[in-house]
Design a protein around this ligand. Sequence first.
Ligand code: NAD
Length: 266
Amino acid sequence: MPGRLQDKAALITGAGSGIGLESSILFAQEGANVLLVDVNLPAAEKVQKLIADRFPNVKSAAFKADVGKEEDVKAAVDKAVELFGRLDVMFNNAGIMHPADDNALNTEEKIWDLTHTINVKGVWWGCKYAILAMRNNPVDEAKGLHTGGSIINTASFVAIMGAATPQLAYTASKGAVLAMTRELAMVHAREGIRFNSICPGPLKTPLLMDFLNTPEKRDRRLVHLPMGRFGEAVEVAKGALFLASDDSSYMTGTDFKVDGGLTSAY
Ligand code: NAD
């Protein structure tokens, strides 16, 4: 049986860890050729090796890029098109959260700027170069489906509700991702390019565990989680797979929550 992303070409940023790592494996398992992009090349190479061993029928490669640099993002998209001949799925997932006390009074401007360069401009540039690449994709008349492409941007539950732990620059950056994704979805809907945000809840990945670096901080966050546990990166990757595939062909502009019920909590 063909996979849900059979023969599609996907680029995943932040592919060396957490959500990006699990999505890379899942996308490959579902038949996609995958370009694994990360600023940490050895981490991406490790994932690529795992994929090459487990799924020898798909093409995969690791690529070093800092999404906070426009020329790197362009080079990554160019590489995907060079290797796979097209780009169907762009997962703008890489992001950072500064572990320092990030509140209105303490946040340093350089932390704010770095967070926004990676989390906001990185997503913008990812969308920009993916749109340009996807415009070259043919429409699949036989399937009657838009084949322009699917662009998924990782936002966060903090873009929807306030977090009690100070992370102001991060929160503001994720709000920008959500707003940007909605507008892009509207502007490009008629050319068959879909844009959706994925909004993870608190996950057991290095990004959050480094931030909630004491048992007290973790317990405090757990109190707010209806399911009483942190999510697994693979649970978000399954949501990303749905948004990447034609199963979500009538969805664009959504904020797709994979948050253990957090954003519905009282
Ligand atoms: P992670 O720390 O496990 O992985 C992030 C990956 O991104 C790492 O491999 C890192 O090397 C890479 N990266 C960092 N900066 C980069 C850059 N400038 N260019 C390219 N790659 C870069 O984190 P994660 O939890 O998987 O987070 C992935 C996304 O999910 C982020 O956008 C994060 O903000 C978002 N998110 C995470 C949580 C959570 O609880 N973990 C919740 C909501 C949203």
